[in-house]
Design a protein around this ligand. Structure first.
Ligand SMILES: [Zn+2]
Length: 139
């Protein structure tokens, strides 16, 4: 398994007192719907997750993987803006007024994305796929 962007396909388990503080997820690489695998992520690996119970199928995660273990994880996006807002810790907002957005919608990904956009053609592009964003898509 490699570091990269993954989509949650299924919630497998929530660790509790007996399983340690982890969450088990089935995920697939963003660009490979066939390669579903199950990962266990330690609570300490999350960078911007508020509550693992707010994770849901369809959400996009960035996973850093080392020796088949997830060493860092962050929530990148969700098909549902409210679900995304609930799940993540608010990030530092850029000082640039153009980027004062909690999240923006990328039509190419079909997701609301909570990550600073990248520069694209004099404007801004989706942090996952680089697709140019329209100003109307910000929230
Ligand atoms: Zn995108």
């Amino acid at each position: 398994m490699e570091s990269g962007v993954y989509i949650i396909t299924e919630m497998v388990h929530f660790g509790g007192f007996f399983q340690g503080d982890t969450v088990g997820l089935s995920v697939r690489p963003l660009d490979d719907p066939e390669s579903v695998r199950t990962v266990t992520i330690d609570d300490g690996a999350w960078e911007n997750l508020r509550d693992k119970h707010d994770l849901a199928p369809g959400m996009a995660l960035e996973l850093e993987v080392s020796h088949d273990e997830v060493t860092a994880a962050s929530v990148l996006g969700s098909p549902d803006l409210e679900a995304l807002r609930r799940a993540i810790v608010e990030r530092d907002i850029s000082p640039s007024p153009n980027l004062r957005a909690i999240a923006y919608r990328c039509n190419a990904c079909g997701l609301w994305i909570a990550r600073e956009p990248v520069a694209s053609d004099g404007g801004y592009g989706c942090a996952i796929c680089g697709n140019p964003l329209s100003a109307a898509g910000r929230a």
